[in-house]
Design a protein around this ligand. Structure first.
Ligand SMILES: [Zn+2]
Length: 304
């Protein structure tokens, strides 16, 4: 276990802030640094009881105001608040190991043993921001947020959800946005998503989830209910010490719901999903309707 732990990237949460959202609950955005790359990986945390060890650790000489500014506080901030470790309005407080400065995990919190709904999501500028119908990343991201926001946090009814979306900055399955745009041109020239990456001399999938594992461990999560269709992600979560994938929660594309108003409808998305299933082993089983080349006939090809 010691050697496996040392293989894991070292991560440090350097700032956390509450984000009120346009629909649904407040979330806590956690920004991480690590010893593998210079990217700002994130954890989007739903629920007050999931706490980063590295963020909350007391630093020598640090003031309560400094702790509040970097987000290492309990409860809610309000004008005039002076203590990070105590929220007097809500009657919440944190305790620390006096020698190490580590946050003490209180037995009455649910966050260490509870099965936690988790999505490990890789950044996709085109799918999440530029309305792309070439992939379903934006849809999956939104659905993960909705599912986690309605999870109950222990006995709290009507809370802010319970779970985490780890947001990794590995655009285009790890090849970067510029190379991804070239891959899209190759796809328009007839390649599928795997072939396009290989033609550009990149791996079919160059993503690395080890930073995601390290972030989940830092957040005190051990039992993961993983939102994914990707068996490789399940295997990667299982690799890490302290992490156990207790359940895989499938992400079925909304366009398969039978309601043509739902989800993404494009010939590109159908090819994309087909490649995920046939070439990358994704665990999606519903028959996929494929359009013929001239798009006038519809042909149904079951994929099991
Ligand atoms: Zn995408």
């Amino acid at each position: 276990m010691t050697s496996a732990m040392s293989d894991l990237p070292k991560v440090q949460c350097i700032a956390r802030a509450r984000i009120p959202t346009v629909q649904g609950p407040d979330i806590f955005l956690h920004l991480y640094q690590n010893d593998r790359d210079n990217k700002e990986h994130l954890a989007i945390v739903f629920g007050e009881n999931i706490r980063s060890r590295s963020l909350f650790r007391r630093n020598a000489g640090e003031t309560q105001e400094e702790r509040m500014i970097r987000g290492a506080y309990v409860g809610k901030l309000y004008p005039g608040r002076v203590k990070a470790d105590v929220d007097e309005k809500q009657g919440l407080s944190l305790s620390f190991d006096e020698k190490t400065g580590e946050l003490v995990v209180e037995p009455n919190t649910t966050w260490c043993d509870k099965d936690t709904l988790v999505r490990i999501h890789s950044e996709c500028y085109t799918g999440e921001t530029a309305w792309s119908a070439r992939c379903d990343c934006g849809e999956q991201f939104d659905r993960a947020g909705k599912l986690i926001s309605v999870e109950r946090e222990g006995d709290i009814v009507g809370g802010n959800g319970h779970g985490v979306i780890v947001y990794l900055r590995q655009e285009g399955r790890g090849i970067g946005l510029g190379e991804k745009l070239k891959a899209y041109n190759l796809q328009d020239l007839g390649a599928d998503t795997v072939q396009a990456n290989l033609l550009l001399k990149h791996p079919a999938d160059g993503r690395d989830f080890s930073i995601g594992r390290a972030i989940l461990i830092d957040l005190g999560i051990s039992n993961v209910r993983l939102l994914t269709n990707n068996p490789d992600k399940v295997a990667q979560v299982e690799q890490a010490p302290y992490l156990h994938c207790v359940e895989r929660v499938p992400m079925v594309p909304l366009s398969w719901s039978g309601n043509h108003k739902d989800g993404i409808h494009s010939k590109e998305i159908e090819g994309y999903l087909r490649t995920k299933i046939e070439r990358m082993g994704h665990l999606l089983q519903k028959p996929l309707t494929l359009h013929t080349n001239n798009d006038t006939n519809h042909q149904s090809t079951p994929i099991a």
